[in-house]
Design a protein around this ligand. Structure first.
Ligand code: HEM
Length: 93
């Protein structure tokens, strides 16, 4: 058994007991590859939320730029970059 598999069976015999209680995941298990669908689900949720915040910050920057007619916060190229990445992040990430 490798470290990344769920420690359902901690017996040296290799038998899986129907009544074995899996050990709780440690915090660092959420920061590496994992085959437990519950851990993967939480990894998805946290990652999506972080990207949602990043995309949201870009929206705020675009809104602030559009508040006045002048390109005073983002220059045109940077505005385009924020628009592209905001749209891509919000839809795909
Ligand atoms: C699910 C997808 C998206 C979500 C949830 C989302 C969300 C938002 C939010 C909350 C704002 C702020 C609006 C405001 O300040 O009035 C915003 C602004 C903006 N978004 Fe998105 N967005 C999404 C997709 C896109 C896409 C695909 C594009 C373009 C390719 C885009 C372009 C813009 C632009 C240009 C602004 C700034 C304009 C403005 O604030 O009036 N967004 N977005």
């Amino acid at each position: 058994m490798t470290q990344l598999q769920h420690p359902q069976n901690t017996e040296a015999t290799g038998e899986v007991s129907a009544h074995a209680h899996p050990e709780a995941w440690k915090w660092y298990h959420y920061f590496t590859f994992n085959v437990d669908h519950k851990v993967i689900g939480i990894q998805y949720l946290v990652t999506s939320f972080l990207f949602y915040l990043i995309g949201g910050l870009m929206a705020v920057a675009m809104r602030a730029e559009l508040a006045t007619p002048d390109a005073d916060l983002l220059n045109p190229d940077l505005y385009n970059a924020f628009l592209t990445n905001h749209g891509t992040i919000m839809i795909l990430m």
